[in-house]
Ligand binder design. Structure first.
Ligand code: 13P
Ligand code: SF4
Length: 301
């Protein structure tokens, strides 16, 4: 990719000079994912790997809650987010006050919080989960009912797989809520034999019509293991682009929706982050301790 060569070379140099690593989510564009990232993965893998980073600086090529999670788990490092406006509609959907009110309405019911939330919301929670471990977390609590927030669809999709009763919130991912069951029917008609994989942030009627539902890492593993001849990933656009690079023999059908927050991160602002040490992620100490506990409880499962 010659148009990116200047920024890529600069970022590789800056990483060496600053003893920095780039952690990139699976929704980052291929030139970031394949050319400058040291560690790639889903939210769960990025959290786990952030914890063991030894470099001085972590650049989180992803959205803000992912950078906060890295900072919570490795607080001695400088964590940079290339664009502070890289948010998430799920994280925006709930406040710490909302969590406190929910607890009042359901006394004694544990709160399981999706990592796609602010550190302040995590701090009000008993434990976190990601799309990759939500069922395991809910069941590990050993209780008949949990509050799972803020993603209504993830909660309903997990509720369909467990006997634990789940009380949810009305947050939605602005990317995955756009997929509909009619899209899957049309895809199957237009591309006979296509295998349909969906992210569990999709509405339950979409997940019900898919062949498999799982986190971004689980979708990637499914493709590598099952090697379907044609596949569609009902998720963010860059996911197919990144997975397709490793599987030239597989036909990727690509209707997709862009996450405007993920797309705020570019090679240019990763380079600027390293050159100017911007934008450093900080978490108020009164929030950090409790939020860290919720994330660490999740990682212990
Ligand atoms: P994963 O944890 O599956 O990577 O999902 C993160 C996300 O933001 C999905 O929209
Ligand atoms: Fe948030 Fe959805 Fe974007 Fe993921 S894809 S970061 S859940 S808005």
């Amino acid at each position: 990719w010659p148009i990116f060569a200047d920024d890529i070379d600069a970022i590789l140099d800056l990483k060496r000079q600053r003893n920095a690593v780039v952690l990139a989510h699976n929704y980052q564009t291929p030139e970031i994912f394949h050319c400058v990232a040291d560690i790639v993965g889903d939210s769960l893998a990025l959290a786990r790997k952030a914890m063991t980073v030894e470099a001085d600086v972590i650049v989180l090529a992803g959205v803000h809650f992912m950078a906060e999670t890295a900072k919570l788990l490795n607080p001695g490092k400088t964590v940079l987010i290339p664009d502070t406006a890289a948010g998430c509609s799920l994280a925006e959907s709930i406040t710490p006050e909302d969590v406190r009110r929910l607890r009042q309405c359901h006394p004694g019911v544990p709160v399981v919080t999706y990592v796609n939330t602010s550190a302040a919301v995590k701090a009000e929670s008993d434990i976190c989960c990601t799309s990759g471990n939500a069922k395991a977390v809910v069941e590990a609590l050993g209780v008949p009912r949990v509050i799972m927030l803020p993603d209504e669809y993830l909660a309903r999709n997990i509720a369909a797989e467990t006997d634990v009763e789940i009380i949810t919130w009305q947050g939605h991912c602005e990317v995955h809520e756009l997929f509909a069951p009619a899209d899957i029917r049309q895809l199957r008609e237009d591309h006979p034999g296509v295998t349909v994989l969906a992210h569990p942030e999709c509405p339950p009627d979409v997940v019900a019509e898919a062949d498999f539902a799982g986190s971004t890492a689980a979708m990637s593993d499914y493709v590598a293991r099952q090697k379907p001849s044609r596949v569609v990933l009902m998720t963010e656009c860059s996911m197919s682009d990144n997975v397709a690079v490793d599987h030239p023999e597989i036909e990727f059908i690509r209707p997709c929706n862009l996450c405007p927050h993920m797309k705020r991160v570019t090679l240019a602002n990763i380079r600027a982050a390293l050159e100017q040490n911007r934008h450093e992620v900080t978490i108020a100490p009164e929030v950090a301790g409790r939020a860290r506990l919720a994330v660490e409880r999740m990682l212990a499962i």
